[in-house]
Design a protein around this ligand. Structure first.
Ligand SMILES: CC(C)(COP(=O)(O)OP(=O)(O)OC[C@H]1O[C@@H](n2cnc3c(N)ncnc32)[C@H](O)[C@@H]1OP(=O)(O)O)[C@@H](O)C(=O)NCCC(=O)NCCS
Length: 185
C-alpha cells in the first residue's frame, strides 16, 4: 500500500507541510547556500528553475507512494526554513529512510530535532513503521549529532558507499526502531 497523503505534522514552533509551489522561493534560499548543500548529493540551487525541477522530482517520487516530502514552515512568520524527506519506504519490512536540510543561519537552535522527532513519531504512529534509517557522511558532524540526539544508533560504517560531486566517501548507517528509547524534549 502506498504511503498515505497526510495532514500537517504540528510541533511547538513548526508545521511540517506537504511541499508546494508556494514554498519554492524560501527553499531556493535554503538550498542555494553551499554550506547547507555541502554534504547533500546535489549542487546548490542557482535559480527558480532549479527549485521547480526539484519540486517536479519530488512530486514524481511521491507519486510512487514510497516517499513524503515535507517543508518545515515556521509558525510565527510562515517562512519555509527547511525540508524533511521520508523516502525508500519498504512496505514488507515497514522501514523508511530519513533526510533533511535546514537554512544555514538557523542551525543550532533545535529546529531539526523538533521536526525530526515529530516525523519519527509520525512514522512509527500514523504510518505504522518499525524502523527508520539514515545514511550520513561521517564528516557531517551536525547530522551525526542530530541522529544520536534523536535516539538513533550508529549501526555501521559502509566504505566508499557514495559518489557525489566527483568524489567517493564512506557512509555512517544509523537506525531507529519503534521499540528503542527516544530521548524526550
Ligand atoms: C543537520 C542539520 C539539519 C541539523 O539541524 P539543526 O536544527 O541545526 O540541529 P539541532 O539544533 O536540532 O541539533 C540537534 C543536536 O545536534 C547537535 N548538533 C547540531 N549541530 C552540531 C554540530 N555542528 N556539531 C556537534 N553537534 C551538533 C546539537 O547540539 C543538538 O544536540 P542537543 O539538543 O543535545 O544540544 C543542519 O546542520 C543542516 O541542515 N545541515 C545541512 C544539510 C545536511 O547535512 N543534511 C543531512 C544530510 S545526511
Amino acid at each position: 500500500m502506498p504511503l498515505p497523503a497526510t495532514d500537517a505534522i504540528e510541533t511547538p514552533r513548526l508545521r511540517l507541510l506537504p511541499v508546494a509551489d508556494a514554498h519554492l522561493d524560501d527553499l531556493l534560499a535554503v538550498n542555494g547556500d553551499d554550506r547547507a548543500t555541502q554534504f547533500l548529493p546535489y549542487a546548490s540551487w542557482v535559480d527558480r528553475a532549479d527549485a521547480e525541477a526539484w519540486l517536479a522530482r519530488m512530486q514524481t517520487l511521491q507519486a510512487t507512494g514510497t516517499a513524503q516530502q515535507r517543508v518545515l514552515v515556521r509558525r510565527d512568520d510562515g517562512r519555509a526554513i527547511g525540508t524533511l524527506l521520508l523516502f525508500k519506504h519498504d512496505e514488507g519490512s515497514r522501514r523508511i529512510e530519513l533526510g533533511y536540510v535546514l537554512a544555514r543561519e538557523l542551525w543550532g537552535q533545535g529546529y531539526m530535532r523538533e521536526a525530526a522527532q515529530a516525523a519519527c513519531a509520525h512514522a512509527f504512529g500514523a504510518l505504522g513503521l518499525r524502523r527508520i534509517e539514515a545514511e550520513v557522511n561521517p564528516d557531517n558532524a551536525a547530522s551525526c549529532a542530530l541522529l544520536l540526539r534523536l535516539g538513533f544508533t550508529l549501526e555501521g560504517r559502509l566504505r566508499q558507499r557514495w559518489t557525489a560531486k566527483g568524489r567517493s566517501y564512506d557512509t555512517n548507517l544509523y537506525g531507529l526502531l519503534d521499540t528503542d528509547p527516544r530521548p524526550a524534549g
